[in-house]
Design a protein around this ligand. Structure first.
Ligand code: GLA
Length: 736
């Protein structure tokens, strides 16, 4: 019998049939998703053991695992300190050790999941930890986390407090993302060697520019896209994190994930519990692609605001107009967007500041009053203009920050984060400073920024929430000496509480998480947000790499992907419009330019592309992603496709990455189609003077996936229009 049916029969609890037959209390427990199971052994008086995480398991196999045993499910620093630990503490008497054992096991459920909780308790100190695994009914994702409780008679200092531990059988490979501002999500794939591999962030406020709290483990050698066993893990946290993979001579890589304790030791008061952020775990036998699709499904269903709502095609004003906002310019952009078929206009930075008008990045953050010089009729006028053109209106704010030149800092100098004894720490332009979101007054202010905009201009339907300042200050002068190190934990609690209030009052609002581009691409922030700004780098060629890496964990529906001007604002690279469109269409399409700077022909191309995107939008935003040729494989092309869930429609993207005479490009095999069905191919965003030889032809899914298609090296264009760039978007529709 499969585990999943056992689960439904016995209310979610799994147990060893051996124990049941012997009339003993079951010591083996598990939870299941549709395709995976996680099993632990929890015997009273002993530490719980981790038995299994993988494809759905059957009861006889559980019996075997039960006999075989496994590694400790949550290693604590205690009497046996031979290996790394997930938890270490200092008791009130200075004792550094923990010696814990199972106290109880419970299983609960809510409408979308089963939750297994194993409570372990120290044998001497009244100190306990709930180990929780939450398994979703509808997606292959299990969230692991802990709740740490101090019932001692004095404060316990948590010096390490990981959310989860997972033993991974050697020898595995690791795929992870790293980068920098405007060069985010660079993919590294490496074999795990002996020693500790650490992926960590200490930025404080945002956490995904330099590295990511999400990783993939290939269990069958170098991970492949569509085959092989892969475990994916994502720490769902927006603050400082630390992922460690400790490989020693044992059979397991020991994977730990949690809040970074380096600058966040936490003093837990008597009677206080600490809930760690979840680590989302997935297992796929369909390679990296399968694990990505599991993340995408889970995100759309459970971890993303409005994951079931189509995203609008928007124009963001930033790269088109910078700080030079005027009413006329905004009105023009709105009407231009409407004429292109766009659906939402977003006014970016530069619209605010009364005493200190926002003319550059050196002043005015915090003064969220409209600049009447620039916008004499206020935001209401722009909302109306947008409505009269049938498009929505959105606005940029950066409410967690202020500038050293602002009315806010003059009125509330104490709202700014300052480290005791030290000068204020500034960020962007040497002027930006962080507001102390641990302060309830600041929380009210930040909530009020959104609330005032929304109540004064009820038509606003989208907010771009930016966070350009790195945290940097470790500690804050509001805090007593022994609490300094918990500042960033409380900062993120403050942010969460503000976002909760905003979502309670404005559940329909669309919100974008931006943090100087991709600084907040994480599953800690996403539940409140519909999408993120993937990167401040809109260069189409570099975006292929950035979006490729990002797609490992995050779905296209959340990935802001805009057509921008050429030469590019960040890289100065000249890229033809066709290529820029073809890259942007593979995510949540938008525009990031001044439509009036385009030629009529370019505007017409954009108008056509937006129309075509609306047709394929359900496939891109809700379909299954299949990555076909990686830009990292040195094959001069990158390619991916999306297939609708019922496999009746698909969209294939192909981008050439380099160009030289006599180059030979690989034939690209598709994936995710129904081999038995037949698909008609139609090229979108076509610029060639003659159609591709495959235009309008019908192929079997089997042929497209086994033999694949040859895409020509170049476009066929009129002499005088030749280009070395080449890209294709093909739409596939089942005809039977
Ligand atoms: C950040 C964002 C950009 C833009 C600017 C405005 O860099 O990432 O998209 O909003 O701020 O100052």
């Amino acid at each position: 019998m499969r585990l999943f049916s056992v689960l439904s029969a016995v209310g979610g609890i799994l147990f060893s049939s051996l124990a049941a037959a012997a009339g003993e209390a079951p010591a083996v427990y598990g939870v299941s998703t549709p395709g995976t199971s996680l099993v632990v052994k929890a015997e009273q008086g002993k530490m719980p053991r981790f038995l299994y995480f993988g494809p759905s398991i059957e009861t006889p196999d559980i019996d075997f695992l039960c006999r075989a045993g496994g590694p400790v499910a949550y290693p604590v620093l205690g009497l046996d300190c031979a290996t790394d630990a997930a938890l270490s503490v200092v008791h009130p008497d200075g004792n550094l050790s923990l010696d814990m054992a199972v106290e109880s096991v419970s299983l609960s459920s809510d409408e979308d999941s089963e939750i297994l909780t194993v409570t372990i308790r120290d044998k001497v100190y009244p100190f306990s930890v709930d180990l929780c695994w939450k398994a979703y009914h509808d997606v292959d994702m299990i969230e692991a986390r802990t709740v740490i409780r101090n019932d001692e008679d004095g404060p316990v200092t948590l010096t390490r407090f990981d959310s989860a531990f997972l033993p991974i059988r050697r020898d595995a490979w690791l795929a992870h993302l790293s980068g920098t501002w405007a060069g985010e999500a660079r993919l590294t794939t490496e074999q795990l060697e002996l020693g500790v591999k650490m992926i960590a962030d200490r930025n404080g406020v945002r956490n995904s520019h330099n590295s990511h709290a999400e990783v993939m483990f290939g269990l069958d050698g170098r991970p492949q896209e569509n085959s092989g066993a892969v475990i994916g893990a994502a720490l769902c946290y927006s603050g400082n994190y630390q992922l460690r993979i400790d490989t020693d001579a044992s059979d397991y890589h020991k994977f730990f994930a949690g809040i970074n304790p380096d600058n966040s030791q936490y003093v837990l008061e008597p009677g206080e519990s600490f809930e760690t952020p979840p680590v989302a775990l997935t297992y796929s036998i369909e390679g990296l692609g399968g694990a990505s699709r599991n993340f995408h499904d889970w995100a759309r269903a459970h971890r993303l605001a409005h994951g079931d709502r189509e995203r609008k095609v928007l124009l963001n004003s930033w790269e088109g107009i910078s700080y030079f906002i005027t009413e006329q310019a905004m009105d023009d952009m709105i009407s231009d967007l409407a004429s292109l078929g766009g659906e939402l206009f977003v006014m970016d930075d530069g619209w605010f500041g009364d005493r200190y008008p926002r003319m550059n990045d050196r002043s005015s953050l915090g003064d969220w009053t409209v600049d009447r010089e620039k916008l004499p009729h206020g935001i209401g006028h722009l909302v109306q203009t947008a409505a009269s053109h049938g498009v929505g209106f959105g606005i940029w704010i950066e409410p967690e920050m202020t500038d050293t030149t602002s009315e806010l800092i003059e009125t509330h100098p104490d709202w700014v984060v300052r480290i005791p004894q030290r000068d204020i720490v500034t960020g962007r332009a040497g002027a930006q400073v962080l507001l102390d979101l641990t302060n309830p007054d600041v929380q009210d202010f930040v909530f009020g920024v959104v609330d005032s905009l929304m109540t004064q201009n009820p038509g606003i339907e989208y907010i771009k929430w930016d966070a350009n300042n790195s945290g940097r200050p470790n500690g804050a002068d509001r805090y007593p000496a022994d609490r300094q190190s918990r500042f960033y934990i409380d900062y993120h609690r403050g942010l969460a509480s503000v976002l909760d209030r905003i979502r309670a009052k404005y559940p329909d609002l669309t919100m974008q998480a931006c943090a100087g581009g991709g600084g907040r691409v994480n599953y800690g922030i996403l539940p409140w947000f519909d999408e993120f700004w993937t990167s401040d780098n809109t260069d189409a060629l570099q975006r292929i790499y950035i979006q490729w890496g990002t797609s490992y964990f995050f779905p296209a529906i959340a990935m802001g992907s805009h057509i921008s001007a050429s030469p590019n604002h960040q890289t100065a690279r000249d890229v033809p419009l066709k290529y820029r469109i073809d890259v942007a269409m593979s995510g949540r399409l938008g525009l990031e330019l001044q439509p009036r700077s385009m030629t009529d022909q370019e505007r017409e191309m954009c108008r056509k592309a937006i129309g075509e995107y609306k047709e394929i939008r359900p496939v891109v935003q809700f379909g299954d992603l299949y990555r076909l040729v990686s830009p990292y494989d040195g094959k001069s092309v990158a390619s991916l496709m999306y297939c609708s869930r019922d496999k009746s429609r698909a969209v294939f993207f192909w981008w050439k990455l380099e160009h030289f005479q006599g180059m030979s490009l690989p034939r690209v095999r598709m994936a995710g189609l129904d081999p038995a069905r037949h698909y008609r191919i139609c090229e979108l965003d076509r610029i060639d003077t003659v159609p591709l030889p495959l235009e309008g032809l019908t192929f079997s899914g089997a042929f497209l996936m086994s033999r694949g298609l040859d895409i020509p090296v170049s476009h066929t264009l009129d002499p005088g229009h030749r280009t070395s760039w080449s890209s294709r978007v093909l739409y596939l529709e089942a005809v039977d």
